[in-house]
Design a protein around this ligand. Structure first.
Ligand code: IPE
Length: 264
């Protein structure tokens, strides 16, 4: 691809109310659609999380553990249903801001093996980017060649897409200012890390807390684990607070912004 794309992840804690099942955060989605539109990035791929849409249903049916019995089958459908609802909503907001967003269902183009992406049919997605569309993917429940099915986190998807598309930058929008030396929600002495290398990250891992609310894909630690391969690949990754005005906008523009830059 001639222009290197930017991959933006919007966490489920940003686009939904994580405490209330199946509740979108419409205000945040509207504001972020506006920021994305203003940033006007050429070649953008958007990936959003599941938040209170995907996680509670997936957990109810134990989907993260893979196929155990037939009672989970309807749970797979319900998780897909919840995720497509959220995805449609986000795509609608983007289109209303004149962003040529096109939904791409991960479960229709990805097969995992033991939870890791094994194959992904990405030709339509590449063509979409080339033509100026903004593909919108999400963390999803997908078919797994060993486990029957698996939860594919938006973060694993982001990292894999960024590597395969040779992305310029990954912007990860979450509900905290970035990576901290502790859990900023419970520990007032926790300090924001503005810049970190993979080597430094290794020493910090024992300090990074997993997210407390229902999250079948592992909170901040899981996020770091997933993003590492992309960083190793040389893709600059920045974590910003997407609940704060203009942080995503600035990160997309490559401007200086409060957040954590992770580099090789
Ligand atoms: C999870 O996606 C999707 C499902 C549970 C089906 P993510 O793991 O990317 O979602 P968030 O960002 O943590 O909510």
């Amino acid at each position: 691809m001639s222009v290197k794309p930017t991959v933006l992840k919007l966490g489920g804690s940003v686009v939904t109310d994580k405490e209330k099942t199946l509740t979108p955060n419409l205000q945040a989605i509207e504001r972020l659609a506006n920021e994305i539109s203003r940033a006007n990035v050429s070649h953008l791929v958007l990936v959003h999380g599941g938040g209170s849409f995907g996680h509670p249903v997936a957990e109810q049916y134990g989907l993260a553990e893979g196929y155990k019995d037939s009672s989970q089958i309807i749970g797979f459908s319900k998780t897909r249903q919840a995720m497509t609802k959220l995805n449609k909503l986000i795509v609608d907001f983007l289109i209303s801001h004149n962003i040529p967003a096109v939904e791409v269902q991960p479960s229709s183009c990805v097969v995992t093996k033991a939870g890791r992406i094994q194959t992904m049919e990405d030709r339509p997605l590449r063509k979409m980017l080339e033509m100026g569309f903004v593909p919108v993917l999400y963390g999803d429940v997908v078919l797994d060649s060993e486990a029957g099915f698996a939860i594919l986190s938006g973060d694993q998807l982001v990292s894999s897409l960024a590597i395969n598309l040779d992305a310029r930058r990954i912007v990860v929008g979450v509900d905290v200012n970035g990576l901290y030396t502790g859990d900023p929600k419970t520990d007032s002495s926790a300090r924001l890390i503005q810049h970190i290398t993979l080597e430094e990250l290794k020493n910090l891992e024992p300090l990074i807390e997993g997210s407390k609310v229902t999250d079948v894909t592992g909170g901040m630690l899981g996020k770091m684990f997933e993003l590492k391969p992309a960083v190793e690949h040389g893709i600059q990754t920045i974590i910003v607070n997407a609940t704060e005005l203009n942080r995503v906008y600035k990160a997309l523009k490559g401007e200086k912004v409060v957040g954590t830059i992770i580099e090789r």
